[in-house]
Write a protein that binds this ligand. Sequence first.
Ligand SMILES: Nc1ncnc2c1ncn2[C@@H]1O[C@H](COP(=O)(O)OP(=O)(O)O)[C@@H](O)[C@H]1O
Ligand SMILES: [Mg+2]
Length: 236
Amino acid sequence: MALIELQDVRKTYRLGSTDVPALRGVSLAIGRGEFTALWGPSGSGKSSLLNLIGLVDRPSAGRVRIDGRDTGGLGDAARARLRNRAIGFVFQGFNLIAVLSALENVMLPLIIRGESHSRAHLLASQRLAEVGLADFARHRPDQLSGGQRQRVAIARALVTDPLLVVADEPTANLDARTGQQVIELMQALNRSHGVTFLFSTHDPRLATYMQRVIRLADGALHDAPDGIPLPQGVAA
Ligand SMILES: Nc1ncnc2c1ncn2[C@@H]1O[C@H](COP(=O)(O)OP(=O)(O)O)[C@@H](O)[C@H]1O
Ligand SMILES: [Mg+2]
């Protein structure tokens, strides 16, 4: 059974009196343990798709199944529970809380979930160590480099042991070398823990890290050979 299954998913935004079609019927399946890149130019619908898969937003039509459950019939509270249990998020802008330390940022999802302070402290410390930041636990985000901030965000996404980590252009605000290191870290975590990653990018320099590429153009998948080209270095 696929971890994520989308069936003819459509998303149309209402902007004033006009409809903006962002996804025009997307069907795909992602299995457990996959490391998948969502590849497409700006405006192709990557964020819209990740927001639907991450249960942040609802489709205008079509089905989104997570771990075999059709999420369409779930109310907001049930969706929030499933999201908190199953999905971790990494964002382009890191989205760390400025007044909290690195460790406190990683602890936060556990505290929200009702874990004790001592258990949250233990688990968050382990995750920070795994991303190579054991010595930076007390630093605030503004005392960390961009790459270090994104590592904190990855530790935060993983601390609840999600089924899936969704990363929307996680390297877009990083220089090339740092971006590669962040993707290498995600790949290492995918291999060591089997965490399923789905990350969007339009950076061809990350081609060597893409095991599976889902190509998106103008709100639709392009799997045909004459569709939008893959980044150099990715086998078709
Ligand atoms: N909240 C919104 N309201 C109206 N239009 C939107 C909204 N979010 C995205 N769009 C439009 O949907 C299309 C896809 O956007 P998006 O999913 O952000 O693509 P990408 O992440 O690949 O850049 C674009 O035309 C964009 O302008
Ligand atoms: Mg986007």
